[in-house]
Structures are given as C-alpha cells and as structure tokens.
Design a protein around this ligand. Structure first.
Ligand code: FE
Length: 193
C-alpha cells in the first residue's frame, strides 16, 4: 500500500498486518525475529514506565526495514541505507514529532552513545558492532554537538537503549495486538493537536 492511501484510521491496522505477516523474519545477526525485537523494545520501555509515545516509538523503531510494504522501496537500497529515515518518513503523517524523531535518530543515537558512553559500546551485540562500522562508527565531536541540538535527542537515546536491550532469545512479551489501543491513542492525540 502506498503511504498516501493510508489515513489515521488505517495506519494502525496496517502496521499490525506487517507485524503479523512479516514479524517472523530474522533480525539480521540476532537471536530474535523482527517482531520479537520490536516487542522486546516496547517491553523495556514499559518496564521503565515510559510514556505511551515512547513505548510506541520502541515498538515501531525498525518499521523502516519494511519499506517494500509502503511502496517506497527502491532496488538500489542497501540494507543499511536509511531504514531509520525510511521508517520516520512513513510514520510522520500519523505520529507525533517526538516518535518520528526517535525512529529517525535510532541509528544516530547508537553512534552518539558509542562516542559519549564507553560502557555502551562494550554492551553492543556482535551484529550491532558490525553495523556500527557501516553506519559511520562513533560520532565525531562535531556530530555529538549537532545531535544534542535536536530537541528530542534524549528521548531518542532512551529508545536506543531499549532497542539494544531487545535481543533476548526466547523472552516472553506481549503481542502486537496488545499495543493496538496504545497506538490508536497516540495517533488520536496527535491528530487532535
Ligand atoms: Fe532495532
């Protein structure tokens, strides 16, 4: 479906159908599926008492891996080319800026954390260390300063930490459908503004 065919009433069922049909795909190099990874991210956000919008951000942060579902896939795309940007783009019409920015910045936030928190790099999974190099490695001082200018950078860092945590083999979580009311709420609140 093309993004322009989606609206505030169809976006959540559409996302649910992607999880249902494609959630079982591998999360590259990790012992979890894509759906498990994103559901675990949402779980860790909730466990910290994060607001709905950040739970939703953790749940949806990797949706840019499914750009073929949104009609925005190009055969020239490479795996690391911008699943962060692609995800932000498809969510932007329906979700608040803080969520969209958390999705857009989730790769940058890893590069930021690696530059500013030495213990963070040590905690990365092997696959995540590998993609870090493809993503440009730890940020330079100038990039760190620029990242801090983003009004949502601290929220993006929180989502990143939940993202990194969501790689636990065999962990029990809620299912996507359990988050549908929360997602509908976030979309409705955004529309009401
Ligand atoms: Fe992720």
């Amino acid at each position: 479906m093309k993004p322009e065919k989606l609206d505030a009433t169809t976006i959540v069922p559409f996302l649910a159908s992607i999880f249902e049909r494609r959630g079982a795909e591998d999360y590259l190099g990790e012992p979890v599926t894509m759906a498990e990874h994103m559901l675990q991210g949402a779980h860790f956000a909730e466990a910290e008492g994060a607001p709905d919008v950040l739970v939703a951000a953790a749940l949806l942060h990797d949706v840019g891996h499914y750009t073929s579902e949104f009609g925005s896939y190009s055969p020239e795309d490479t795996e690391d080319k911008h699943h962060d940007e692609a995800g932000a783009e498809v969510l932007a019409p329906f979700f608040p800026p803080v969520l969209v920015e958390c999705v857009r910045l989730h790769v940058s936030a890893k590069r930021f954390l690696c530059a500013t928190d030495p213990s963070y790099y040590a905690k990365l999974s092997t696959a995540s260390k590998h993609t870090l190099e493809l993503q440009g490695g730890p940020m330079s001082d100038a990039e760190v300063a620029e990242f801090r200018q983003n009004p949502f950078h601290s929220e993006a860092v929180r989502v990143r930490v939940w993202d990194e945590a969501g790689k636990v083999a065999g962990m029990k979580t809620k299912q996507f459908e359990d988050y549908v009311p929360l997602l509908e709420r976030v979309v409705r609140q955004h529309k009401a503004i």
